[in-house]
Design a protein around this ligand. Structure first.
Ligand code: NAP
Length: 244
C-alpha cells in the first residue's frame, strides 16, 4: 500500500522541498499551508501534472481544531498516515525588551503548540496502525540559543523537548519521533537579512555556505525511511558544522 506523508508549512521553503522529495519517492503527500494558497496550489498542480499523488489542505497548525481536521481529512482521503513532518514555523528577531506578549504567544503558538497540536492529533491514528514516523523541524538556535531571538529559540528548544518526551511515550507503539535541526538555509525565512549580513554569517560556517532546502528534506526523508527504524528521540543537526 502506498504510504502517506503530511508536511506542514509546505507552501514554500523547506516544507515545499520536503513535499517534492516525498512525492518523488512515491508517497501520497498532503501539502499543508496557512496563508500561501497560491504557492501551495501551484506546487500541488505541478506535482500532479507529473503523475505524483498530492493534495493541499489549509490549516493554521496553531489552531487545535484546524490541526485535527488536517489529520482527519488526510485519513479520510488516504486511509492511513505513515509520516508527519511538523515543519510549519515563523521566525522572529527582536530584543527581549521589544518582544511583547503578543509576539511571544504568536511564535510559541505556531512553532511549539502547532507541533504539539499535530502530534496529538496524529497519535491515535499511528497507535492504531502500530507504526508511524514523526519528524519535527527545530533549529540550531533551539540547541544553542540566538541573541535577539529569545522567543524563537525557546520555541525551537521546546520542539526538541517535545520530541524526546514523545519518542519515549510512543516507542512501545512502534512509532519513532525525531527532530531535524537546520542551520541557516536558503529560504524566504532569511530574506530579511542583507547580503552583507548573510556574507558575514556564511564566513562563520565551517562548510562555507548556507544549506539548501533540499538538504534538509533529505535528512527528513532519511528519518522517515526504514533505514532509520532504530532511531528515535534524536536531533539530527544539518548546519554545515556551525554547531558541533
Ligand atoms: P518559510 O520559507 O518562511 O516557510 C514557512 C512555512 O511555514 C510556510 O509554508 C508557511 O505557510 C508555514 N506556516 C507558517 N505559519 C503557519 C501556520 N500557522 N500554520 C501552517 N503553516 C504555517 O520558512 P522555512 O525556512 O522553509 O522554514 C521551515 C521550518 O524550518 C520552520 O519551522 C523554521 O523555523 C525552520 N528553520 C528554518 C531555518 C532557515 O534558515 N530557513 C533554519 C532553522 C530552522 P503559509 O505561507 O502558507 O502561511
Amino acid at each position: 500500500m502506498k504510504k502517506t506523508a503530511i508536511i506542514t508549512g509546505a507552501s514554500k521553503g523547506i516544507g515545499a522541498a520536503t513535499a517534492i522529495l516525498f512525492a518523488q519517492k512515491g508517497y501520497n503527500v498532503v501539502i499543508n499551508y496557512n496563508n500561501s494558497y497560491e504557492s501551495a496550489t501551484l506546487l500541488a498542480r505541478s506535482l500532479s501534472q507529473n503523475g505524483f499523488s498530492v493534495t493541499t489542505q489549509k490549516a493554521n497548525v496553531a489552531n487545535r481544531l484546524e490541526a485535527e481536521l488536517l489529520i482527519k481529512e488526510t485519513l479520510y482521503k488516504f486511509g492511513r498516515i505513515d509520516v508527519l513532518v511538523n515543519n510549519a514555523g515563523v521566525a522572529f528577531e527582536s530584543l527581549i525588551s521589544s518582544t511583547d506578549e503578543v509576539d511571544y504567544d504568536r511564535i510559541m503558538d505556531i512553532n511549539l503548540k502547532g507541533t504539539f497540536n499535530c502530534c496529538k492529533a496524529v497519535t491515535q491514528v499511528m497507535v492504531n496502525q502500530q507504526a508511524g514516523k514523526i519528524i519535527n523541524i527545530s533549529s540550531m538556535w533551539g540547541e544553542t540559543g540566538a541573541s535577539c531571538e529569545v522567543a524563537y529559540s525557546a520555541s525551537k528548544a521546546g520542539v526538541i523537548g517535545l520530541t524526546k518526551a514523545l519518542a519515549k511515550e510512543l516507542a512501545p507503539s512502534g512509532i519513532t519521533v525525531n527532530a531535524v535541526s537546520p542551520g541557516i538555509i536558503e529560504t524566504s525565512m532569511n530574506s530579511n537579512l542583507t547580503v552583507e549580513e548573510l556574507n558575514d554569517f556564511v564566513a562563520t560556517i565551517p562548510l562555507g555556505r548556507m544549506g539548501t532546502a533540499d538538504e534538509i528534506a533529505q535528512a527528513v526523508y532519511f528519518l522517515a525511511s526504514d533505514n532509520a527504524d532504530y532511531i528515535t528521540g534524536q536531533v539530527l543537526s544539518v548546519n554545515g558544522g556551525y554547531v558541533i
